[in-house]
Design a protein around this ligand. Structure first.
Ligand SMILES: *[C@@H]1O[C@H](CO)[C@@H](O)[C@H](O)[C@H]1NC(C)=O
Length: 557
């Protein structure tokens, strides 16, 4: 029902335009982890440097008791609770974060996976061995008590152990997991991957979609949809058709969520097209960044606050939290308060869905269900036509996010502008060479430490000068699809640049980071929290590049 969703949204916008304050539903139900006085007072007191700390703490007693004891405390102090009393309250009613998880040593981990033999440079080979070891540090398992008393935890219980990104991210995340899965498969850990896939499928069964990450406060938003792709990678390594057969309907259910809840119609040249966008119709500050969201909202008129919060959540859903890519609405294009995520039709989201529709038609035809295979083939064909009409720019040789309000493409550079190449969502073989020219014209190839997330330096973490592993993969494997040796060579060079940045930092710090600064090849910065190490998808991308180009990559110049 894409049309209906859009009409509802328009009504919502009209309501706001008329100055009536719109109250959106809260980001999830829990009166402790998602919204309410308790959360508000504790987060606004900034008891911890990172707001995520409190919402990750398990309760020591039943939620009703915790709420009752908070009400007593609040009444005693007339809602002006001294900081020390709040700290005592948290110590009495909650346990330190992380109690509900235990370290897990993956059972299918073994020495010397085959990939190591494909890497000629001895230093890079030794380093790949270290990446392989790192899965053991990032393995987590949820304690049974979370399953027995889920109401006491913000963590969502999952049956199977999993690999997490690392640092402050001790639970699993949706799109991160795709690159982690690729790395695990190269480490020949397909049982671990199967368990992770089963966890995602269970989430779809329970909630109808995959939340951003496995916490209740992430429930109303998803993340870039890569579940079908993870399934495909798993199948390529295992040929486990029984697993596909058992879960194909659940994969379809996940795509239905994107079709029903995240569609938007766009008209151009007298034609109507349906594409997708990130959009989260829930209000209130993000529980895990609560005080920051409240302070940001104080900068805008009161009647715009709920909408601002909804747009922040949509930004989180995009995986790009945050970036000037979404700051198109307000007066200041460098300010987070200008965020308008849902007003854009993003290239990457539509490329991911186009790829997923192609995979689904392939899955169904392998299972002998031609009717469903044809349905997904048609969906993919429609989407490709829509992307060609709305997102593709022949003159520039790339795809661009479409601005629904201005009714034009956003001409800025983002690595995601080339996602359709990576996703094999194009029909004309020459697009990879056009894309190469686009990168040259945008002067992207002059950066030797990696491809920046954008060309704007705003202090946000998904902007210049930060570079992220998944975005390198999108561009590198996209260009590598070109039949032209010259374009393939550029793909290799970009891989070499990224490997050297990661290797050099690892040699000095013995750590892998979530992002890097391409002006100096150091760990990145900016955004809402300190740079984190670990780091799931960074390790996965390094392993993919070492596997693909292992005969040519070098550790030093
Ligand atoms: C998706 O839409 C349906 C019906 O419109 C709604 O019930 C459901 O809560 C939505 N899902 C999310 C995660 O917002």
């Amino acid at each position: 029902m894409p049309g209906e969703t859009w009409v509802l949204y328009l009504l919502l916008l009209l309501g706001l335009g008329l100055g009536t304050q719109q109250t959106l539903p809260p980001p999830c139900e829990s009166k402790i982890y998602c919204h309410g006085e308790l959360l508000h007072h504790i987060q606004m007191a900034k008891l911890y440097p990172d707001d995520k700390e409190f919402v990750d703490m398990p309760m020591s007693r039943a939620p009703e008791q915790v709420l009752q004891s908070f009400n007593e405390l609040a009444n005693t102090h007339d809602y002006n609770i001294p900081r020390e009393r709040l700290l005592d309250f948290v110590k009495t009613n909650f346990q330190p974060k992380g109690q509900e998880l235990e370290a897990w040593n993956p059972a299918d981990w073994k020495d010397s996976p085959h990939i190591l033999q494909n890497i000629l440079d001895p230093k890079l080979r030794a380093w790949a061995g270290q990446m392989h070891q790192l899965w053991k540090n990032l393995g987590k398992k949820i304690k049974p008590e979370v399953g027995a008393k889920p109401e006491r935890f913000s963590l969502i219980y999952s049956k199977h152990p999993f690999i997490v990104p690392g640092g402050r991210f001790v639970e699993f995340y949706y799109w991160d997991s795709y690159w982690i899965v690729e790395g695990l498969l190269l480490s020949e850990m397909s049982e671990t991957v199967k368990g992770m896939l089963q966890n995602f499928l269970d989430l779809v069964q329970t909630y109808g979609h995959i939340p951003n990450g496995a916490r209740v406060y992430y429930l109303q938003r998803s993340q870039p949809p890569l579940l079908s792709l993870m399934m495909n990678s798993y199948l390529t390594h295992t040929q486990d058709m029984a697993f596909l057969r058992n879960n194909i309907e659940t994969l379809a259910m996940e795509l239905d969520f994107w079709a029903k809840n995240r569609s938007v119609s766009v008209s151009s040249g007298g034609e109507n097209y349906v594409l997708n966008r990130y959009s989260v119709p829930y209000g209130g500050p993000r529980p895990e960044s609560y005080s920051k969201d409240v302070e940001l909202a104080n900068m805008v008129p009161e009647e715009q606050r709920e909408m601002l919060w909804a747009e922040l959540k949509a930004g989180a859903e995009s995986g790009w939290d945050f970036s000037s890519r979404w700051f198109l609405g307000g007066k200041n294009p460098n300010s987070l308060s200008s965020i308008r995520t849902s007003k854009l039709v993003p290239v990457d989201l539509n490329a991911f869905l186009c790829q997923a529709e192609g995979l689904m038609s392939d899955f169904y035809s392998r299972l002998g269900n031609e009717a469903q295979a044809a349905k997904y083939r048609a969906l993919r064909a429609q989407r490709m036509a829509a992307m060609q009409a709305i997102l593709w720019d022949e003159k520039k040789g790339a795809w661009f996010d479409y601005d629904l309000e201005k009714k034009e493409k956003n001409p800025e550079f983002y690595p995601t502008n080339l996602t359709p190449l990576w996703a094999s969502c194009f029909s004309d073989e020459t697009v990879a060479d056009k894309a190469l020219k686009y990168l040259e014209d945008s002067q992207i190839l002059t950066y030797k430490f990696g491809i920046p997330s954008s060309l704007r330096n705003t202090g946000q973490q998904w902007d210049f000068p930060n570079a992220w592993a998944p975005l390198q993969d999108l561009v590198i494997r996209g260009l590598a699809k070109s039949p032209s040796p010259q374009t393939q060579e550029v793909a290799f060079q970009l891989a070499q640049n990224w490997i050297q940045t990661n290797y050099e930092v690892y040699s000095r710090t013995s750590a892998m980071y979530e992002k890097y600064d391409i002006t100096n090849g150091q760990p990145g910065g900016g955004g809402e929290y300190e740079v984190q190490d670990g780091f799931g998808w960074t390790n996965g991308v390094v392993m993919m590049l070492l596997n693909h180009y292992g005969d040519r990559l070098r550790s030093g110049s």
